[in-house]
Design a protein around this ligand. Structure first.
Ligand code: FMN
Length: 221
């Protein structure tokens, strides 16, 4: 018998203090800039045992404005912005070429926290992408060398052959370039921190870029 989807959905909980460590968040004491708070929350999530806290949803839009979203890994966050890497010819790569603007969401359920970031995206110079890729694992290089991301796959065997060759090359020649592998920096216009609360009085703190400075404002949940 099929499981009852709606009964299951009604039985599931969020912001349950029995399973989620919902910490008070005093937005009045937040730093003047979003980056140090992001670094602290990411470290908190990792320390609290959140699996894969460095993964995030990346939302893009195509030339007609139609949205899409997928998970990618965070490669860094600093004065250049929040960084991720992917193939320039993938679906998201095409979107970013047509509309160089994106949004990111991190969700760390063990702490009931969400962070949203949005802003313009630029591709880093190829040598920066190369250095970033070659500082990562053999698997990351093999994955980048496999290529053809988001193209239609004729058969699993075709992927197995391409992946095997890519792993072999990544092990034998770890300096092999992966030309379409591109590092992108998203320079934030806005960064929002959301701390869940069991009474649903969630704290939302939004940083909005104003020239060199950041305006901070609370938002209704
Ligand atoms: C945990 C996780 C991490 C991922 N990290 C990346 C990544 O860093 N870069 C990437 O191109 N795809 C990554 N992917 C795969 C993407 O979600 C997606 O399937 C792929 O990039 C194709 O997306 P597109 O067709 O919208 O371009 C990851 C997937 C998961 C589940």
């Amino acid at each position: 018998m099929e499981p009852d989807l709606h009964a299951l959905l009604r039985s599931l909980r969020v912001w349950d203090p029995a399973v989620t460590d919902l910490r008070p968040f005093d937005a009045g004491r937040a730093p003047a800039e979003p980056l140090p708070l992001f670094a602290r929350w990411l470290a908190d999530a990792a320390a609290a045992g959140q699996p894969e806290p460095h993964t995030m949803s990346l939302a893009t839009a195509d030339a007609d404005g139609l949205p899409d979203v997928r998970i990618v890994m965070l490669h860094g966050a600093d004065e250049r912005g929040w960084s991720f890497a992917t193939h320039a010819h993938s679906r998201k790569g095409g979107h970013l070429a047509a509309r160089p603007y994106a949004a990111l969401t991190f969700y760390w359920p063990v702490l009931g926290r969400q962070v949203r970031v949005r802003g313009p995206v630029t591709a880093a110079p190829p040598e920066e992408a190369r250095a970033d890729l070659h500082a990562r694992s053999t698997g990351a290089l093999a994955s980048a060398l496999t290529g053809r991301q988001s193209a239609v796959l004729a058969s699993p065997e075709e992927l197995a052959r391409a992946s095997e060759a890519a792993w072999e090359k990544a092990r034998r020649a770890p300096d092999t370039p992966a030309p379409s592998w591109t590092l992108y920096h998203l320079a934030p216009d806005e960064v929002e921190f959301f701390q869940g609360d069991p009474q649903r009085r969630h704290v939302r703190l939004r940083y909005r870029g104003e020239g060199e400075d950041w305006a901070r404002e609370l938002l209704w949940p």
